[in-house]
Design a protein around this ligand. Structure first.
Ligand code: R5P
Length: 291
């Protein structure tokens, strides 16, 4: 048994268990009670080691509750250990990493300040929406990408005529890494999102996708709007099958149903967020980054 304790946050129980097993570390579970007014009471089921503590908590829905749980667990860990490694498998609020419209608050920066103030010594984040989000942390930050793990899943499929597609220009680098690993080609569509309504449309006019088996790659699928619009465009171009893959399968509300109705054959996501569509485990990639 190592001298590391892994505290499993309320949103990351299964993933934390896998990380702890890989590190041969003690697993500490956080139990919560929700009071009628919405407040949480959080209790650790055992006392962690005082050498090094790793807190694992995704800031996924219910986002604000999970954020308060994360901050509380980090603060408690800091009371007990000198070094606290904070693993945020999914970093909510990371899309608001700059002031797109005047007056908007850069929430990603606020979160970074809160996490550091709570007691984080270093941060490990999996596939953050954009690298700009990482710059808000003024402590050691390690970025882990799940793309090689997702590629392994698709390699086993042995798809003929595969084409990797990013639904937007911001994801081009991600699509490139994915395509290089899969030894195939990629394109990035041009997407427009109305910053006030959130509505998405594809601006690309033409793409050579006829008879290609498409793998749509994104960092996250939330409402499914982005990949559904991309799928409509690709189908018009005469593509063959469409698969959708992402690191963070938020799949809000009936997103999964809408994606299936849009003719997407399979959603392949990782276990950074508990829920549906999980095909790939990122615990190994995270554990490798913890000393
Ligand atoms: C945006 O740029 C992100 O990379 C995702 O494409 C987006 O957040 C997915 O959200 P939704 O599924 O609601 O379109």
């Amino acid at each position: 048994m190592s001298e590391i304790s892994v505290i499993a946050g309320t949103s990351s129980g299964e993933l934390a268990k896998k990380i702890a097993r890989k590190l041969r570390a003690k697993l500490v579970k956080a139990r919560t009670i929700a009071f009628p007014d919405g407040e949480s009471k959080i209790t650790l089921d055992k006392i962690p080691s005082n050498k090094k503590i790793v807190v694992v908590q995704s800031i996924c829905p219910p986002v604000d509750t999970n954020l308060v749980h994360a901050l509380s667990l980090i603060a408690k860990a800091k009371d007990m250990a000198r070094h606290v490694t904070v693993v945020i498998p999914y970093m909510g609020y990371a899309r608001q990493d700059r002031e797109f419209l005047q007056g908007e608050i850069v929430t990603a920066k606020v979160l970074a300040k809160l996490i550091i103030a709570a007691g984080a010594s270093e941060i490990i984040i999996v596939d953050i929406h954009s690298k700009i989000g990482l710059e808000h942390f003024e402590i050691k930050t390690t970025h882990v990408t799940a793309m090689p793990e997702l590629v392994k899943y698709f390699k086993k499929m042995n798809l003929k005529n595969a084409l990797v597609v990013s639904p937007d220009q911001g994801g081009e680098e991600r699509a490139k890494i994915f395509a290089n690993n899969l030894e195939t080609n990629y394109i990035a569509l041009e997407k427009n999102r109305d910053r006030k309504t959130g509505k998405v449309n594809i601006k690309t006019k033409d793409a050579k996708v006829r008879n290609m088996n498409i793998i749509l790659v994104d960092d996250m699928i939330s409402t499914g709007g982005s990949i559904i619009e991309a799928a409509k465009f690709l189908k018009k171009g005469g593509c063959a099958k469409i698969f959708a893959t992402c690191t963070h399968g938020l799949l809000i509300g009936d997103a999964e149903k809408k994606i299936t109705m849009a003719g997407i054959a399979e959603i392949v996501s990782t276990n950074t967020i508990p829920g549906n569509g999980i095909r790939v485990d990122v615990s190994g990639a995270i554990a490798k980054m913890i000393n």
